[in-house]
Design a protein around this ligand. Structure first.
Ligand SMILES: Cc1cc2nc3c(=O)[nH]c(=O)nc-3n(C[C@H](O)[C@H](O)[C@H](O)COP(=O)(O)OP(=O)(O)OC[C@H]3O[C@@H](n4cnc5c(N)ncnc54)[C@H](O)[C@@H]3O)c2cc1C
Length: 538
């Protein structure tokens, strides 16, 4: 394995990292590495980048690459190992069932569960309440341009690709699962940039992710899977603790589907589904989650403070990242989450009467602002006991934010200096990026004083870690409330089946077992493998 440090150069416009590395070796002083490169290329070996990360410890960023040269055979061997580690039941014979496995929800967990079952030859049936990509994009664009109201079945949360579709497409996770490589490989084979295979902060970009998802859907269908869009699960039927079928609704017409195995991957915004599960005595529990705001700074200011240079001037570095956590004097934590360098704040509601924000970015990450969520963890001390207490707290918070503007198309915003009330006036230095609109409001009518004080003091403390983070003109928007699920659908540790209903496999973020695209995809794969294992012919 070789290592190379590159000083990002203003004006650099290499088309990709392989070209960047080769150029740096050819123009560098390391003669030994140059002869290794020449020999490798002569032997028809390919440059294989293992890792790329940025070292910005000394105020001036350097990009570090670890790489090797591999033959085609060596590359193939690695890929075969990736597939067999992720799909251990390939080649096994499965029991012939009278019904096909069903997957509810076509977000990252549902997509990857479906892909695995389809590759096993188990021909899954997929139910998704929102529309297929093209129609979903039309509805979301129409809401974002201000020309229509929110469509409660087709929005930033619901529709093909799930909540991840209009996201940043960041793929980092704290999970150390070998399956991560498989998920990234699937994304690349379906059109994502190769850098997600080795970057320490892999990022697809919402613009590219959309086509990637459609391409994965086409593979699932080619393998015998079937997808019903605009079709919502309304109930799960059971006899003697086992699933016997589900009822779905399309265009106000209900029908039943007979089935005995369901992977339930409905995400964290499907409150009607959670309420149905609860009233059907499916074991659930409330879980801690987090609430807060989005903060926006000028991308250039964050770049300068993190990297000592404006990343707009070079293709060697993309907009700067950060990750911060502080503890405030009331003993609470404030942490940054889902940082979107060069991105925009997005109105993420899934129904009227709510105000919810999130963040996204395009592959280029070259917008004027950088943003991130600032979150305060909340638990039963904040929302009380009861399985749905957290969900109700989340709903009330989103509704208070809505009442502050009186219009779900207008997100409450303020400058940091006016967080607790004051005159925000016009946004001259940092302009709010959220569409279709916003209204300046004091946030003391939205958050309770304890959470608000944590945000206020926490930003000041973060300003000690990143210069300018506590700029009084930083723009805050509310509320960031859906970073994880307020409930967990309790499942067996080994089989991943619901503890109260046989044949039900709760998966992904909504079920309370993942947070983010990568971990949801991995959980979907794990559930698909558990289901497949139960169907192996002994
Ligand atoms: C704007 C935005 C930006 C984000 N950015 C990132 C990021 O950069 N990186 C990252 O890791 N994470 C990001 N996230 C979070 C990430 O998208 C989620 O963690 C992930 O999508 C969860 O995957 P999932 O499959 O569990 O659920 P979801 O993606 O929420 O998918 C659930 C699906 O189920 C469907 N569904 C729900 N109820 C029913 C029903 N009753 N019947 C039929 N279908 C139903 C929904 O329509 C939805 O499509 C972002 C989220 C948002 C909203």
């Amino acid at each position: 394995m070789f290592e190379l440090k590159i000083d990002p150069k203003p004006g650099s416009n290499c088309k990709d990292d392989a070209e960047r590395i080769i150029q740096a070796i050819r123009s560098g002083r390391d003669k030994k590495l140059l002869s290794i490169l020449d020999k490798a290329l002569k032997d028809k070996k390919r440059l294989h980048i293992e890792k790329r990360f940025v070292d910005a410890r000394h105020g001036k960023a350097k990009v570090i690459f670890r790489f090797d040269f591999l033959t085609e055979d060596e590359e193939l061997k690695r890929h075969t190992a990736l597939i067999s580690d992720t799909m251990p039941y390939l080649g096994k014979k499965f029991i012939a069932l009278a019904d096909r496995p069903v997957i509810v929800g076509f977000g990252p967990a549902g997509i990857f569960a479906a892909l695995i079952l389809a590759r096993y030859g188990l021909r899954p049936v997929i139910i998704e309440r929102g529309s297929a990509m093209a129609q979903r994009i039309r509805d979301v664009d129409s809401f974002r341009s201000g020309s229509s109201m929110i469509n409660p079945e087709n929005n930033i949360q619901f529709g093909e690709g799930g909540a991840g579709t209009f996201s940043d497409g960041k793929l980092y996770t704290g999970l150390s699962s070998g399956i991560k490589g498989f998920v990234a490989d699937v994304f690349v084979r379906h059109g994502a940039d190769k850098s997600i295979l080795y970057d320490s902060h892999p990022h697809i970009g919402t613009d590219r992710l959309r086509d990637v998802i459609v391409s994965i859907r086409e593979e699932i269908i080619k393998l015998g899977g079937e997808i019903f869009f605009d079709t919502r699960l309304t109930s799960i039927e059971q006899t003697d603790g086992k699933i016997t079928g589900i009822t779905v609704e399309n265009n106000s017409v209900s029908r039943q589907i007979r089935c005995s195995n369901v992977i339930l991957a409905v995400g964290n915004s499907s409150r009607d589904t959670f309420r149905h599960l609860y009233s059907s005595d499916i074991r659930m529990e409330s879980k801690p989650f987090a609430v807060g705001v989005r903060i926006e700074h000028k991308r250039r200011d964050i770049d300068m403070s993190q990297y000592g240079m404006d990343t707009a001037d070079t293709s060697d570095l993309s907009a700067a990242n950060y990750k911060l956590v502080v503890e405030t004097s009331n003993g609470r934590k404030l942490y940054t989450f889902c940082m979107c360098p060069g991105g925009e704040v997005i109105n993420g509601i899934s129904g009227d009467g709510q105000c919810v924000v999130n963040g996204m970015s395009l592959f280029a990450r070259d917008n004027e602002n950088s943003n991130s969520a600032l979150l305060v963890p909340v638990d039963s001390n904040d929302f009380g006991d009861g399985v749905l207490a957290g969900l109700e707290y989340q709903e009330q918070l989103e509704h208070r934010a809505y009442e502050a503007t009186g219009d779900c198309r207008k997100i409450p915003v303020t400058k940091y200096k006016d967080l607790k009330g004051g005159m925000t006036g016009s946004f001259d230095y940092i302009k709010p990026s959220v569409k279709p609109g916003y209204k300046t409001c004091a946030f003391d009518g939205i958050f309770d004083s304890n959470v608000l004080n944590t945000i206020d003091e926490g930003i000041r403390l973060m300003g000690k870690k990143i210069k300018g983070f506590d700029n009084p003109d930083s723009v805050l928007s509310a509320v960031e409330s859906r970073s994880s699920s307020p409930v967990r659908i309790v499942r067996e540790k080994d089989t991943r089946e619901s503890v109260s209903l046989k044949g039900l496999y709760p998966a992904g973020e909504g079920a309370g077992y993942a947070g983010g695209i990568m971990s949801s995809a991995i959980d979907g794969i794990n559930c698909a493998n558990s289901l497949a294992f139960s169907l192996i012919k002994m």
